[in-house]
Design a protein around this ligand. Sequence first.
Ligand code: SF4
Ligand code: MG
Length: 336
Amino acid sequence: TGAFLSVRDLHVSFRTEDGAVGAVNGLSFDLDRGRTLGIVGESGSGKSVTNLTILGLHNPMFTTIDGEIVLDGQELVTARESELEKLRGNKVAMIFQDPLTALSPYYTVGRQIAEPFMKHTGASKKAAWERAVEMLGKVGIPNPKERAKDYPHQFSGGMRQRAMIAMALVCDPDLLIADEPTTALDVTVQAQILDLLKDLQQEFGSAIIFITHDLGVIADMADDIMVMYAGEAVERGTVEEVLRSPQHPYTWGLLNSMPRLDSDLGTQLAPIPGAPPSLLNPPSGCRFHPRCTFQREVGGTRCVDVSPLLPPGRGGACHLTAEQKQTIFIEQIKPR
Ligand code: SF4
Ligand code: MG
């Protein structure tokens, strides 16, 4: 396809002492420039593994990767480490939940933003420093000329997050991967950071993959959603489609566990009972079946025996008929 990022039938498994863990199982998706794809799922759903795979950050000794990842025409699964190294921080950048995983305590913030810029663009030290100061200003650090000389510990948590975003964006990446970037921040700072990311996307036109377990954040940030469960995509569509008429019982559960602002009773959380399965020995058939309360509607043992396919484009990987999904969602899920 012509998508800027195209992932096809991706399988990632890790060799562990207990056996092979199939962390990602047959994942396909596309992403275009200027768009934001929200990947939502619990921890262990494969959302972070997928993105570390795009960045080529797994230890090849313990990891088997099959399938295709094509970024702007370049195949990444078979790319050499030196080629991936060139991509990281330049064409593809990442921001994490914890800025201290990206920022070193030993160097000034300005230097840490200037360095990738020098490395990837060949700019002079002075030009790179000026660029770092400019980027700190763009991400809303007051008095950036002075603050660039500070060390990370002299910044607040929110400011460190901004500094990490400045570092990620300094080379104007085409693809930005944000993995739970605001989870550790208080609500006000979180909202500021999300607004900042939206503004910067407008300015830089990057494609963004936004990983979170929070559908509320996704609703605010993303154009498209992919819901992952136990290493597989179980639903995808535009934000409107997925939030208005979700097609998969797991998505219903996620929606049900979202705080509702319109409820008189305040926050009512109905988490999905049970826990995600072990990927050492994943459930047969539909991987969600041990937690799903709708198998009777499907009938027989189909949910246990047959793995439901996710259709290309809009849809959910579930054996329920379109009519059943509609009825169940409207009658049992939506009007809580
Ligand atoms: Fe539930 Fe069956 Fe649909 Fe899986 S296929 S989500 S077990 S109804
Ligand atoms: Mg994660």
